[in-house]
Design a protein around this ligand. Sequence first.
Ligand code: F6R
Length: 610
Amino acid sequence: MCGIVGYIGDKDACEILVEGLKRLEYRGYDSAGVALLADSRIDVMKTPGKVARLEKMVSGPRPAKVGIGHTRWATHGEPNTVNAHPHTDCTGKIAIIHNGIIENHSALKTKLISLGHKFRSQTDTEVIAHLIEEFYSRTSNLEVAVRLALKDVDGTFGLVVMSASEPDILVAARRGSPLLIGLGDSENLIASDASALIRHTRDVIYLHDNEIAVISRKNVSLKNLDDEAIEREAEHLTFDLEQIEKGGFDHFMLKEINEQPETVLNAFRGRLIDDEGISKMGGLRDVEDKIANAKRFVILACGTSWHAALVGKYILEQYAKIPVEVDYASEFRYRNPVLLDGDIVWAISQSGETLDTLAALREARGKGAPVYGIVNVVGSTIARETDAGVYIHAGPEIGVASTKAFTSQLAVLNLINLLVARKRKTISLEQGREIVAEMHRLPEKIQKILDQTDQIEAIAEEFKESRNFLYLGRGVNFPVALEGALKLKEISYIHAEGYPAAEMKHGPIALIDENMPAVFIALGDSTYDKILSNIQEVRARKGNVIVIANEADGRLRELAKHIIEIPKTLDILSPILSVIPLQLLSYYMAVKRGCNVDQPRNLAKSVTVE
Ligand code: F6R
């Protein structure tokens, strides 16, 4: 999500870092900073906003030949100067840049404060700077101090550290967040992404999880976190800059679809208490009881986020037994809605800037209701204007069609459901534990679906000339049908409608003939037999049927032209899986029709107009 670059050599480090950061900016850009090491001291310069602002701040030749730089996409603490990276220890002699999330940062911070460390920011990263300082004071060896500090850390990191006491090395380490070292002539670089390196070198060494690298001007040595040396050959990069930015995928949308095992994991990270079968979310800590005692939830959103809200309604009513109303933000704000004592209003938004959602939440606040957010972009207007909230941690979503943000919104709604249901005692400890266990399994199950891309691409090839599509699902998967239809129309310009499957006989069935494919979501839940009858009705009218199913039985095999099998999970978590084939189907339909997938006509990523 964030971007990392480090340099050690004989050139102006600042210039190289800023240029590298500009290349990384497409990944996230709420603030940026550099730390430069010269004359046994470290100078840190950082600012909120884009790298261009940092560039102005640091302009002019500078003596430092060693430095680290970072462009941030906030996860902990709003985007401002103090929270921007690099972070330093108490003495200012150790500086660090970090991507990832430190799950046990609160516990570590409390311990470090008791040892006398003084913190400046709200970030999880600063905790590592102080932890390294602590070990450095005992070992006087940066590599050892970093290794020992990382043993105490739970979570993910790609990080680079430098110390004014050891000016001839950079120390880097990785667990879960990519890092690669660029090998130059009497200079070496490190970055989170090849795009920041390839102007200088195409010879690189990728760091693997749980590895640590010591990088000097002429040398790179690798070890694992157990202090065992590792030998690895350098690789020569051949791909171009655009391919690198898209992570080797043809489009950002496909990259983002493929990121979902990781983004769903990130939404759950540090928020599940396995033993107690409950969730915890920092942003809701102070209002947990208020939420559990609410009389009603009203969820406001637009587009894909509205579909997520609708899934939330099914989940929360079924498990937490709380009445939920879902409203289009644009309708809510103009219909003089009734809000009652005990209502809690939630606003869901990927961008955090959607004008209709913002206006609706202001309307709700004006009526005296507490408003909480479920937002992706940290520090966005909706995040700032809500009383409390949860970040979904999906990372920057660049493709205009929302994909990974949707599944992360569903993950967070499930966390909220788990919290409320356990607190209201509408589910037992055992049920809570079962949900948590299944949440842990989701990333692997998502990956299984992503591995079936070829089948979905072949289906797209067969149906790419269709002019209309129907999407049908029931229960918690009815909103997924709506989302599948929205994805198809917005990027492939094929007309598509989503319906609850049983509604078909009340009208849409009149449309069905051999030219009207119908996509059913028919998972092995209580509605399976009923959906089977709906599929029969379509087949009887010669309609082509594509079915998303768990394990297809004989009856289904007889009826459906194509069956896309997805792993089984709990009903309430199933939309996180069932939507993925629909995202892929619309992606391939659009590609095969020659559409601009990442920037569909007439659409904008963030709708800040009425
Ligand atoms: C569809 C899509 C839009 C957004 C909607 C709300 O793929 O991206 O429907 O979901 O404009 O945007 P956010 O979530 O940013 O408030």
